[in-house]
Design a protein around this ligand. Sequence first.
Ligand code: CA
Length: 254
Amino acid sequence: MAPDIMGDAPYNDPSDEPTSTDGGAVMPLVLVVEDDRRMRKYLRATLADQRFRVVDAETGGEALVQAQGHNPDLIVLDFGLPDIDGIHVTTKLREWTPAPILMISARDEEYDKVAALDAGANDYLTKPFGTGELLARIRVWLRHTQRATSDSLDSNLEVGDLRIDFSRRLAFVGEREVRLTPTQYKLFGTLMRNAGKVLTHEQILFTVWGPAYTKETQYLRVYMGQLRQKFEQDPARPRYLITEPGVGYRLRTT
Ligand code: CA
């Protein structure tokens, strides 16, 4: 009788499975970086339960090695690690991988969130967080990556009722065309290209106005107000153009 090799399948090493680049049938690979053993086990179990492939790391150094070795589709990264902190790990990862980085942290300081996002993290969750929220954010980021790949062929972006046509420089709410000034268009385009992602004031000012304007948050506030007037049904209670207090803005996708 043949030995039951499936029973011995290495739980911790999906590297010999097919990669996710072909077919689309293979589940995304998530790298979990967390030094707290119980938290790491919980994250592994939760993700495996959703049939994600999972690799993990306990330290920042190990995270960089695992990321290089496995090229994960998404990284869940603890802020406080025993060797190098999550910000530094993010900076190192961003030198070569565009994979979404979801930072998790026990610290709820705006300063930490801004630093994580500025370093290149895509999102930030404060512990303790609900399993449902973690999984929802992971799904958003994986969808976003897939959309970004297909968008390189397509110059239209859609988020809910909002649409932008980059080739014709047009913006829409539903069927209605929205007339925008060049700066409004650039700001709207930046938010649409980063839909779902928290953008810091500095990131937006840098992208839309340029490096000399990264402190001019008042400009941004004025222009966000204008976009809300043009795109939101109720500008005072925006559905899409969301303020992230003390951090920046997010174009909400759900
Ligand atoms: Ca930790």
